[in-house]
Design a protein around this ligand. Structure first.
Ligand code: FAD
Length: 501
């Protein structure tokens, strides 16, 4: 009989070799090194989902931990820099706003910068809040460089866009160099222990058998181990985020490369445009209750502004999360663990944070209920926090042109989100719950961007004289302009990185 408490984990078997599988393999091997053997099984015949090209800044931490040379990474994955997402037509048709990785103004002692700006507005100050954010200026101007990352006035937090298939290849090479063993083949049968229900062995179509102590399910939406074998359950969140389909298609690149993702709202969903060095990634995320796949495809193709480089690929999904992402001796990472639409490019980050969590709670001495429960409660909170942030984009809209947007306004909100919106409306108060991936600056940009204007600003602001307030704002604007002036174009930056690689 399999007694997990007496089974130290010495062999980790990863099922699946997409972004989730290879990122897990690389990070576990890098950190755990000789303490565990790592085997990864993948099937070329099945392939990967093939999307997932926009990231958020913590990806740079992963690269640092893995010792990846940035120039080489940019060259090999055809990456570009991402400073922001430009949300178009989300509040009303024709309007847009940015959610940047930057911070408007600077962090003040007790109340956020936007309170000062709000007071200045009441006194006739004209500059928009975004004017105080260097990321915004750089994104608009198509400029980028890391000029002085240590000085908050000049720092430009950034992430990357990259080619998902090249990224998986890049990680595979790195993992294999570190000693991860790769097995090609289709998992045909999963053998479990009769008594404990734990997974013992994967049987491949080649006849090969792979046994292990801990199995990581990275088999994508199917969740071969966590779902099809163990039936760990799924919390369906379609009532909060009803989009259930996506069509993805590459198209030719533009002559100059934007340093932001575009998110363009349509009749029953939204379209992404992700600029890479060699092409653009495009996709239409939509709700099939409101438009057909054919209509969605027509909308996507009509809104490409460069020549398509293939036929659109249809992907169906159910928004939600695996009820227990760690169940018995299986941890689900990547699409097998749940899915939140790519509106804020959070899936690869969720892979990264799942791996970090697993490393922190790694069952060296055996799997215990405490480790499993802790892992699952942390991951539940993380998924819920991101879900709330995504829902915010939809529910606060002023569009009357389609049933989809009207219906989104009447969605019954989770208490956590209702509370955040109410606080902000009252007097611009922003709260960041513990470990929420999205900082106050992110909530601020989307709350404002979607049209919520607080009734009042924080009383503390009145302790600053009008003259001092004016001086502060003028100085800050001048600093942003000075910094922007120093930046080269984004295309020049990429070209220089490739040259150095
Ligand atoms: P997959 O890529 O599907 O890989 C599954 C692996 O399992 C494959 O290697 C396959 O061969 C293997 N496998 C399956 N069954 C078997 C079997 N029986 N035997 C052997 N091997 C098997 N994320 C972002 O961060 N940013 C984005 O911009 C973004 N955009 C997205 C857009 C869409 C429309 C979708 C659907 C997702 C997007 N994502 C995005 C999410 C991102 O694509 C995934 O998180 C990421 O690619 C990880 O996928 P995965 O590795 O879990 O699954």
């Amino acid at each position: 009989m399999h007694n997990p408490q007496q089974n130290p984990v010495k062999h980790v078997v990863i099922a699946g070799g997409g972004t989730a599988g290879w990122l897990t393999a690389a990070l576990l091997k890098k950190v755990l090194n000789q303490a565990v053997k790592i085997t990864l099984v993948e099937s070329e015949a099945i392939g990967t989902v093939g999307v997932g090209e926009a990231t958020i800044p913590p990806i740079r931490l992963v690269n640092q931990v893995l010792g990846i040379d940035e120039a080489q990474f940019i060259r090999d994955t055809k990456a570009t820099v991402k400073l922001a997402i430009r949300f178009e037509n989300w509040k009303t048709q024709g309007e847009h706003y940015y959610h940047t990785f930057g911070n408007a103004g600077k962090t003040m002692a007790f109340c956020h910068f936007h309170h000062y700006w709000m007071k200045a507005k009441t006194l006739g100050h004209e500059a928009d809040l975004w004017q105080y954010d260097l990321n915004y200026h750089a994104a608009e101007a198509g400029k980028f460089a890391q000029i002085n990352a240590k000085d908050p006035a000049f720092s430009i937090p950034f992430a990357y866009h990259f080619d998902a298939s090249l990224y998986a290849k890049f990680l595979r090479k790195l993992s294999e160099q570190m000693g991860v063993v790769r097995c090609e083949g289709k998992i045909q049968h999963v053998q479990r222990c009769y008594d404990s229900g734990y997974i013992e062995t994967l049987h491949l179509d080649s006849g090969q058998k792979i046994s292990g102590d801990l199995f990581i399910d990275c088999t994508g939406f199917r969740g071969l181990l966590i779902n099809q074998t163990l039936g760990a359950g799924y919390d369906d969140w379609s009532h909060l985020l009803p989009c259930d389909s996506a069509l993805a298609v590459p198209s030719e690149r533009h002559t100059s490369t934007a340093a932001y993702t575009r998110s363009i709202a349509h009749e029953a969903g939204w379209q992404w445009r992700i600029p890479l060095q060699h092409r653009n990634g495009n996709g239409h995320v939509y709700c099939s209750r409101y438009i057909s796949d054919t209509q969605a495809q027509d909308t996507l193709m009509a809104n490409l502004d460069t020549k398509p480089l293939g036929d659109p690929k249809l992907i169906k999904f159910t928004t939600g999360r695996r009820r227990q992402q760690w169940y018995k001796n299986v941890v689900a990472i990547g699409l097998s663990s749940g899915f939140l639409e790519p509106l804020e490019s959070t899936s690869i980050h969720l892979i990264q944070s799942a791996i970090v969590r697993l490393l922190q709670l790694f069952p060296h001495q055996g799997i215990t209920p405490h480790l499993v429960n802790e892992y699952n409660s942390q991951s539940t909170l993380e998924f819920e926090q991101i879900r709330d942030f995504l829902v915010l984009h939809y529910v606060v809209n002023e569009r009357n042109d389609s049933a989809f947007w009207r219906d989104m306004r009447s969605i019954s909100l989770p208490d956590s989100l209702q509370h955040k919106i109410a606080l902000f409306k009252e007097n611009g108060t922003l709260v960041r719950e513990q470990n929420d991936l999205f900082l106050e600056s992110s909530w601020l940009q989307v709350l404002y961007g979607q049209g919520i204007v607080p009734n009042d600003y924080h009383g503390l602001v009145d302790s600053l004289s009008q003259q001092d307030l004016n001086n502060m704002l003028t100085k800050m604007l001048a600093l942003k302009k000075e910094a922007l002036h120093k930046l080269p174009s984004h295309d020049d930056y990429i070209a220089r990185m490739i040259e150095y690689a």
